[in-house]
Design a protein around this ligand. Structure first.
Ligand code: BMA
Length: 916
């Protein structure tokens, strides 16, 4: 065992101005990694940290509380953690809030004030402790907390953990705790009224049927409605509540941040311990062990009374290799167990177990040869990584109904679709610990926004105090996770100012720019730099990054493709025309809407709702003109459904929106991926494609690739292919058909493109050709095939653009295939000649153990073949595919118990020719 140089830093925490009340203290952090029920002699496991502190007693106050509305007409049991809506639902006062038009019908809930009450007893030995803290892991949002009739404190930020010192208020026998929650909607309105100038936007667009002034309240911004989500401004105790009692100290936060030293090529580990100390610890000891790296060190510990942050730097033994954490597709995600053992006084011990992952991350913004502007890409462990993924929104309107299994399923679906990154978008919530732990394990890089979106924000002192505390707590909670690779200040607020979304008159602009800089730069950025220098910070998205900074943090055009990241949406331009897409450095948002499947909608609707033009369809559509835009875009390339049976036509219309979305996002993503290695017209070197959006909050049309409930849309199956590590991308450039080989692998490959010319009218290739072998470097996009379309067709029977299409794949010189196959339409399928109704039949075999196989038989070439298992949860091996053979087998992995019979009964198959 080698002993290395160690150092110790102690920082005395400033008490937040919010906490100066005698009875009210709020620790800098504790929301998750370490705020556990620390039972005497027992330990609990939350996230990846297990902590035991001797002499500390905890009582959980979770469970049944009572809930009352403001005039006392409603009084009901309510589960904590939970919220008013779910309590009303569980007690049968309301129906499923997602059912039909209930979001609007239940608007009254958020306009009332609600009080949660619980009664508990505290054993005398626990009351006798020097300090008893009442810990709320999360209160949503505006509340007054009272214990036994005495005010304990107030809360105004859903993203904070609140700790109140309550020892003096506890009594023998029953103690009554109440949390009185003010209507978030009324509070936001009052704040806006009291504000000396307008902070736009005032209200969301009418089509969203939402509430106003959400920017004045520190709660999930999309809870007042969004263009993909309902208005459910929740109120409640959305996380756990407990008492923590101790005599000497409590450890309320632990963070571990690995730091790489370039000069010595060595790692050190910064272990940060936040403690609240009642009685000074003078001669303590802390031993940190990383057995997997043969590293251990004991530190002297001296802890002063009050709240302190203590950092211990453990230098990692360099005699052996340190295995690095890699994004999915680039390597493994090895972790090392870390043990902390503290002896802090006679009989006072502290132990913690956690995991440590080692990796470095940089956001590279430097000149690009042949291209004005700056690069924008992530370098992980010294290697440039193309980010492939999507954007994450809240998975439910009621956070207490978010299940760990649901989070896991979404993240596993992301990785199954070859994603290596997700952006936790700034209009939602900082995700629960489990989300980040799973991202660590799965190799998903997280672009973490702070929770500000599509608005300007007030900056008065109490608001700023609350935000500062939020940033401190969240950064401390999340910084141990290797998956978090970026902090980002907000969603689209730079561009909202730059391009004047809210019609701010010229002379008033400086005031808003000043507020913007105050919030994201002078405060959020400054705090992040203070708390965590181990990963980059960006003020906004989209932004020009360093170029925005040079322009005072608000660039003239934050969409400039030569700098930073871009968001790009166009619903009216033909999405097959790649020349419309920005040749950006990094595409952090782009997308198209679609409707979810019938089985998902059926759960919240009745037969009279199943029509495209009815009130239900427009009620669920929160993006103005969204339904029209989808069909207009679809109509550019496909016949629109025309069945005479209304239900059949409705189902086909849902299908065609998914076909449109999948093909549009494919075209755009393939353009970004093939642009990674080249500069064209001064633009290019695209190094990220995160489409909008991964998941849904309810059953409604949106940009998502996964429906509410976890079912994959056609887009998600497409993503699995268009994000494949090795991919042939075909497109037309002028008169030529061009194929690029895109590779995210580290090895160089020698590949040929094997091209088949297929006729729409029969399943056997008309002819085949191949390109010469080409060296495809690792992490590159390399042109591999180019031929004028005319010549290509002339050499192939009677093929024309309308009668034939191209299918292609990549092969090495041993004939081994690399990556999935791909295809290119030479005309819109609506103009194609010879597409026959394919009369596809299906047969299901298999069982729960081996999984299921669906055999499809078709009489002709069928585009966009869509298998739908209805309500049987699971996913197919492939879906939405071009069927160019007479028979094909597709696997089905069930996510629960089913049988071949059940699957067979539920299964439907649709292809493009079936809808007209
Ligand atoms: C982007 C996002 C979201 C929105 C999406 C679709 O701008 O940041 O605000 O839901 O577009 O409109």
């Amino acid at each position: 065992m080698t002993r290395k140089k160690v150092s110790e830093v102690r920082v005395r925490e400033e008490t937040s101005p919010l906490l100066r009340d005698v009875n009210m203290t709020m620790p800098p952090t504790c929301s998750g990694l370490l705020c556990l029920s620390l039972l005497l002699g027992k330990s609990l496991l939350v996230s990846s940290v297990q902590v035991v502190t001797s002499g500390q007693q905890n009582i959980s106050l979770n469970g049944k509380w009572t809930l009352e509305n403001s005039n006392g007409t409603l009084s009901l049991p309510a589960e904590v953690p939970g919220c008013v809506h779910t309590a009303l639902l569980k007690q049968g006062y309301i129906q499923d809030p997602y059912y039909r038009f209930n979001d609007v019908a239940y608007g009254w809930i958020a306009l009332d004030n609600w009080t949660y009450t619980t009664t508990f007893t505290v054993p005398s030995d626990m009351r006798a402790k020097q300090r008893v803290m009442l810990v709320f892991e999360g209160i949503d949002t505006i509340s007054t907390v009272s214990l036994n009739g005495a005010a304990v404190g107030r809360t105004d930020n859903m993203f904070l953990q609140y700790d109140f010192s309550v020892g003096a208020l506890l009594t023998e026998g029953d103690n009554v705790l109440t949390v009185s929650l003010a209507s978030p909607v009324r509070y936001a309105a009052q704040r806006s009224e009291a504000h000396s100038y307008r902070v736009p936007p005032d209200c969301p667009p009418e089509v969203q049927q939402g509430q106003c002034h959400v920017n004045y309240i520190r709660k999930e911004q999309s809870s007042f409605s969004w263009d993909w989500g309902p208005s459910f401004p929740t109120a409640g105790l959305w996380k756990g509540v407990r008492l923590e009692a101790y005599d000497v100290l409590r450890v309320f936060h632990l963070a571990t941040v690995p730091v790489y030293n370039q000069t010595s090529s060595g790692w050190s580990l910064q272990v940060e311990l936040q403690v609240e100390v009642v009685a000074e610890v003078t001669r303590g000891q802390l031993t940190l062990s990383l057995p997997g790296l043969d590293t251990q060190q004991t530190f002297p510990v001296q802890l002063l009374p009050g709240r302190t942050r203590n950092t211990y730097t453990l230098h990692v033994n360099t005699s052996g290799p340190v295995e690095l954490w890699w994004p999915s597709g680039h390597g493994d995600q090895p972790s090392y167990p870390l043990t902390l053992q503290g002896v802090l006084g006679p009989g006072l011990t502290f132990t913690a177990d956690t995991k440590v992952y080692f990796r470095t991350v940089e956001l590279v913004q430097e000149p690009v040869p042949g291209s004005p502007g700056l690069s924008f890409y992530f370098r992980v462990n010294g290697k440039a990584v193309f980010m492939k993924g999507s954007n994450w929104i809240p998975t439910h309107s009621f956070q207490d109904l978010v299940s760990p299994a649901g989070v896991r399923s979404l993240l596993e679906s992301a990785v199954a679709a070859n994603m290596n990154a997700l952006r936790v978008w700034g209009g939602g919530v900082y995700q629960q610990d489990l989300f980040y732990s799973l991202c660590d394990e799965l190799g998903v890089m997280v672009w973490q926004d702070f929770m500000f979106a599509c608005a300007l924000y007030p900056t008065e002192e109490d608001f700023m105090d609350s935000v500062r505390e939020e940033v401190r707590q969240q950064v401390r909670r999340l910084k141990s996770h290797p998956s978090v690779v970026l902090w980002s200040g907000n969603n689209e607020n730079e561009v909202a100012l730059a391009t004047n979304w809210f019609g701010i008159p010229g002379p008033e602009r400086p005031l808003y720019v000043k507020d913007y800089v105050k919030l994201y730069v002078d405060n959020i950025r400054a705090l992040v730099l203070e708390e965590d220098q181990s990963r980059p910070f960006l003020a906004s998205s989209p932004t020009n990054g360093l170029a925005s900074e040079r322009q005072g943090w608000v660039a003239d055009d934050p969409y400039d493709p030569r700098y930073g990241d871009t968001h790009y949406y166009s619903y009216s331009r033909d999405c097959w025309d790649w020349s419309a897409f920005p040749r950006t450095r990094f595409a952090s948002e782009y997308g198209f809407q679609s409707w979810p499947s019938f089985s998902t909608l059926q759960k919240v609707s009745v037969p009279e709702d199943w029509s495209w033009d009815g009130p239900f369809s427009s009620h669920r559509q929160h993006h103005a003109e969204g339904n029209r835009q989808m069909l207009e875009q679809a109509g550019l390339h496909y016949h629109l459904p025309n069945a005479t049976d209304p239900l059949r036509r409705y189902k086909h219309t849902l299908y065609i929106t998914q076909v449109m979305q999948a093909q549009c996002v494919k075209a755009q993503t393939e353009f970004y991926r093939r642009s990674r290695s080249e500069v064209v017209g001064g633009k290019g070197h695209t190094m990220g494609a995160l489409y909008w959006q991964l998941n849904d909050i309810w059953q409604a049309p949106s940009w998502s690739s996964i429906e509410f409930g976890g079912k994959w849309k056609m887009l998600h199956y497409f993503a699995q292919r268009f994000f494949a590590p090795v991919l042939p991308v075909g497109f037309e450039d002028g008169v030529s058909m061009v194929i690029y080989a895109v590779s995210d692998l580290s090895v160089d490959l020698n590949l040929t493109a094997q091209v088949s010319v297929l006729s729409w009218s029969r399943p056997d290739p008309v002819c085949k050709l191949s390109s010469p072998a080409t060296l495809v470097r690792g992490n590159s996009a390399t042109p591999i095939f180019r031929q004028p379309v005319d010549a290509l067709l002339k050499g192939c029977g009677n093929c024309t653009r309308r009668s034939c299409l191209l299918a292609f794949h990549l092969e090495d010189n041993h004939g081994a295939r690399w990556g999935p196959g791909n295809h290119h339409f030479l005309c819109s399928p609506r103009d194609a000649e010879g597409i026959e109704a394919p009369h596809i039949t299906t047969e299901v075999r298999g069982d729960g153990e081996r999984g299921y196989t669906v055999t499809l038989r078709s009489t002709s070439v069928a585009p966009f073949v869509w298998l739908d298992a209805g309500d049987v949860p699971g996913r197919f091996g492939s879906n939405g595919f071009l069927m160019a053979s007479r028979s094909q087998e597709v696997g089905f992995v069930p996510w629960g118990p089913t049988s071949a019979e059940e699957l067979g009964r539920a299964l439907t198959v649709t292809s493009l020719r079936d809808v007209y």
